[in-house]
Design a protein around this ligand. Structure first.
Ligand SMILES: Cc1cc2nc3c(=O)[nH]c(=O)nc-3n(C[C@H](O)[C@H](O)[C@H](O)COP(=O)(O)OP(=O)(O)OC[C@H]3O[C@@H](n4cnc5c(N)ncnc54)[C@H](O)[C@@H]3O)c2cc1C
Length: 431
């Protein structure tokens, strides 16, 4: 049994704490808020988790909401090269459904689970000095503090990071009212609307902590574009009202569906931006102790591709395996680096590359792949090549290594995922 400390009770810290505790380690989770305070907080995201993540939740006995969630069965993509012009629609069915549960409720429950299973909870906002004391007292110290100040002790990996500023301005809102199905679709999808000049809007089925089955909507606005109208919002009601205007102007086909929308809870909204960043996984503290970064602290994603939390889960699975394989050896910086690199090669790099492709003008290869799916309808008995391609595209959200190499074909290694990458295409505007 090893003595392990985790800073940060976000989704990834709380998951890692429960995972390490389940195999018998002594675990202390340092949290800057109580479980009750989590329920009253703003969400830090609206993580749709796909099968590889859900599998881990099941293995750890943390899948408490499987019989309550509105399962998401696939992805419905609409590309609108000009306002009100629905040029291309695709419907891919996932091999296994996804779910998005209010993470405030998840974390609240997982903190209680940890204590019930013999883990310790320490309520404090950890400083660098505090981290020194904690690292000295533990065999392994993990920092899962998201992108809060503490993440800065880990050096930014300039070669891998690609961006030094956000690509989108974000607005997230949890809402209730609209029906749980879309007309004419044989499945409940995440609906993904792409406006090449303006950004993206997507909405997905969501299990809210108070109102239950409902929806979450994320706006990914290109700075200065027609979707960039949420930055100064001061309430969730305002976000919902402005969204209604956006639906009427840009998404008239879903405007009637969205019209009854109202905010699910006063805190259920968020505006902000993320600079996609990869950091070095190890920091050496002034005393010489080494600590390891986990979750958003080591890899932060723009939420466009629904990869951030899923990436954190994959890090946790890899961590659990590497800890088990390491026996009683010391957890030094070399082990931390090797642990992260193993994860990065298998999952981190493909996920980051896929997500960054979505932030850029589409590559010729990805455009051809999407156009070849035209005619997919998401029906279970549709075995056409178009449908199988659409399904494979949906499954790439679960395991980005499966199709991403094809989508980035034509990009040079140095331009991969960068602004203005070689091989990018405009969408035709035909009707
Ligand atoms: C709008 C939006 C939508 C998203 N949608 C998706 C999606 O569909 N799918 C997906 O996979 N991902 C999604 N993400 C990303 C996902 O939410 C994050 O990747 C995930 O929540 C990161 O978890 P984390 O535990 O690493 O960090 P965080 O959730 O940021 O948690 C870190 C925690 O550490 C605490 N902390 C910080 N500093 C200290 C300190 N000094 N001492 C103690 N505690 C500290 C913080 O208060 C926080 O509670 C989305 C993100 C956003 C913003």
């Amino acid at each position: 049994m090893r003595n392990i400390a985790i800073m940060g009770s976000g989704l990834v810290g709380a998951l890692a704490a429960n995972g390490l505790r389940k195999v018998g380690h002594q675990v202390t989770l340092y949290s800057d808020r109580t479980p009750e305070q989590w329920l009253q907080s703003k969400p830090t995201g609206a993580a749709a988790r796909f099968e590889l993540s859900l599998q881990l939740e099941r293995e750890l006995g943390l899948n408490h909401w499987d019989d309550q969630v509105p399962w998401g069965e696939g992805a419905h993509l609409t590309v609108c090269p000009a306002p009100r012009n629905r040029l291309l629609t695709l419907t891919g069915r996932l091999s296994r459904p996804f779910q998005s549960v209010d993470m405030r409720m998840q974390i609240h429950r997982w903190m209680l689970d940890l204590v019930e299973r013999g883990g310790r909870l320490e309520l404090q906002s950890v400083t660098v000095e505090g981290l020194e004391r904690i690292a000295a007292a533990h065999d392994l110290t993990l920092v899962a503090a998201g992108q809060a100040e503490l993440c800065r002790i880990f050096e930014r990996d300039a070669a891998r990071s690609v961006y030094d500023a956000p690509r989108r301005h974000l607005a997230l809102v949890c809402f209730q009212g609209p029906r749980m199905r879309f007309d004419n679709l044989p499945l409940v999808p995440v609906k993904f609307n792409v406006f090449p000049e303006a950004g993206e809007i997507f909405y997905m089925p969501f299990l809210h902590k108070d109102v239950g089955q409902s929806w979450a909507c994320l706006v990914e606005a290109k700075p200065g574009g027609p979707l960039d109208r949420f930055r100064d919002a001061t309430s969730g009601e305002q976000v919902v009202e402005r969204l209604k205007g956006v639906f009427r102007e840009l998404l008239p086909w879903d405007a009637a569906w969205f019209e009854p929308a109202r905010l699910s809870d006063p805190q259920g909204w968020l505006v902000g931006a993320v600079t996609p960043t990869v950091r070095r996984p190890v920091a050496r503290l002034p005393s010489g102790h080494e600590v390891m970064a986990l979750g958003d602290t080591v890899m932060a994603f723009d939420p466009i591709g629904g990869q951030g939390a899923n990436n954190g889960y994959k890090q946790v699975r890899n961590l659990l395996e590497c800890v088990a394989e390491h026996g009683d050896e010391p957890f030094d910086g070399a082990w931390m680096t090797a642990t992260f690199e193993r994860f990065y090669a298998r999952h981190g790099e493909p996920a980051y590359s896929f997500n960054n492709l979505l932030l850029e003008p589409i590559t010729g290869a990805a455009q051809a792949l999407l156009m070849a799916q035209y005619g997919s309808d998401g029906c279970t008995d549709n075995r056409s090549p178009q449908q199988r391609l659409a399904n494979a595209f949906a499954d790439n959200f679960n395991d980005a290594a499966s199709l991403t190499p094809v989508m980035r074909a034509g990009c040079t290694a140095s331009s991969r995922g960068r602004p203005g990458a070689r091989g990018s295409r405009r969408w035709p505007e035909g009707g």
